[in-house]
Design a protein around this ligand. Structure first.
Ligand SMILES: Cc1cc2nc3c(=O)[nH]c(=O)nc-3n(C[C@H](O)[C@H](O)[C@H](O)COP(=O)(O)OP(=O)(O)OC[C@H]3O[C@@H](n4cnc5c(N)ncnc54)[C@H](O)[C@@H]3O)c2cc1C
Length: 367
């Protein structure tokens, strides 16, 4: 089978990897370079964690996610997962951190609970008296996205895939399996996989009834010098509790430390809108983390990275089939951790034709 893949984020690159392994002929088209720093997968790192609160189906799928990454590390010759575990910090009854903890309990997934004084002794960047409890699980860590993309790019080239960087698809004829590029070139294949992330609505505006686009940003920081050692060994922080909807990735493998919050996002109709950070944006994001992070103003902003992503109403992933074209989106702000697994599942569905099964898997309706 000849397959064109539009988009070289983690979904497109992983699908290419799995298809090439299955003996298919693959061409990947990417509008920027690989990795594209504007893509959701183009940031330094993303969190993998078992905790999924009430969305227990995705918690169970984490086992497959880890298996797929392990297969990928085997092919790439090195692991790009820093498996440092994750921490949740609950500040209010019923907050997101508590819901994640309850999800771990419901799934019988192990974790260690810490009273505030024990937690502050172990993680001195936490502010005493600002939280109810913390919990730690070993089933999580940081996936180093840029290294994964670079590794996959090298692997794909070495295994015969055609890679077209700085090549933008401007039109797709799903029935013919034909893709037109910005320079006027036309490509045709048996199947076309569209993994265009937040840009998918430019190619398929009809998906606008299901996918809503948001613009967000992440703040990279340098922690206070005396807390640096603590941050070098800290777990990723899945949720800082309260209403912050905040997560943090500590210093890991030379990539910067960052803060991100679900509160800091605005709707947009265009994935390219407002991609330059605004004055003071990094400080605004950082300050959302106090409490429970102590001495917040001593965290110096080093970089602000903007991102665009799409969400479905129920925050589940989706696939759509149109003629020879399969549109895939592991979206809603939690899809990176499943990247390798998504690639394997999409490749398998193209081969056996079970798109219904793929959709159910993407919705975490099968374990
Ligand atoms: C701020 C933020 C934090 C997140 N945190 C986490 C996390 O901690 N853990 C987690 O699991 N997930 C997280 N996610 C979600 C995760 O990043 C995404 O689910 C995942 O990266 C999506 O990958 P993708 O390949 O579908 O899309 P993208 O990474 O956006 O890739 C799409 C690619 O398609 C290319 N493209 C688009 N249109 C065209 C075209 N017409 N022609 C050619 N190329 C095109 C783009 O340039 C891009 O490279 C987060 C997302 C954001 C925004």
């Amino acid at each position: 089978m000849n397959v064109i893949i539009v988009g070289a984020g983690i979904a497109g690159l992983s699908t290419a990897w799995a298809l090439v392994k299955a003996g298919h002929s693959v061409s990947v088209i990417e509008q920027g370079r690989i990795p594209n720093p504007l893509a959701a997968s183009g940031d330094h790192h993303r969190i993998i964690r078992r905790a999924y609160g009430r969305a227990g189906g995705y918690a169970r799928l984490i086992t497959e996610a880890y298996q797929a990454w392990d297969e990928m590390w085997g092919d790439l010759g090195e692991s790009h997962l820093d498996p440092r575990g994750f921490l949740g910090v609950s500040r209010e009854e019923g907050d997101e951190a508590e819901i994640y903890r309850e999800g771990l309990e419901a799934g019988s997934f192990p974790f260690d609970l810490f009273q505030p004084d024990e937690a502050v002794a172990r993680w001195p960047f936490l502010e005493p008296g600002t939280f109810r409890y913390a919990y730690f699980s070993t089933e999580g860590g940081a996936l180093h996205c840029r290294r994964i993309a670079a590794g996959l790019l090298e692997w794909l080239r070495a295994h015969g895939a055609n890679i077209y960087e700085n090549s933008k698809a401007v039109g797709i004829d799903p029935d013919a399996g034909r893709v037109t590029l910005a320079d006027g070139a036309v490509m045709q294949a048996d199947r076309v996989v569209v993994a265009a992330g937040a840009w998918v609505l430019k190619l398929f505006p009809e998906l606008g009834s299901e996918l809503k686009t948001w613009r967000t940003a992440l703040a990279y920081v340098e922690p206070p010098a005396d807390l640096r050692a603590a941050w070098e060994t800290a777990p990723v922080i899945l949720d800082v509790g309260g209403k912050t909807d905040g997560y943090m990735i500590p210093l890991t493998r030379g990539a910067g430390m960052k803060f991100g919050s679900g509160l800091h996002k605005v709707p947009t109709s265009d994935a390219d809108w407002n991609r330059d950070p605004v004055e003071g944006e990094g400080e605004a994001i950082r300050n959302l983390f106090s409490p429970p992070i102590a001495r917040i103003e001593e965290y110096r902003i080093t970089e602000v990275v903007t991102c665009a992503y799409t969400f479905t109403d129920d925050e589940k992933f989706l696939a759509h089939e149109a003629g020879r074209c399969l549109i895939v989106s592991a979206c809603s702000g939690h899809g990176y951790k499943f990247g390798a697994a998504v690639g394997r599942r999409v490749a398998a569905a193209l081969a056996d034709g079970d798109i219904v099964g793929l959709k159910r898997w993407l919705r975490a309706e099968v374990a």
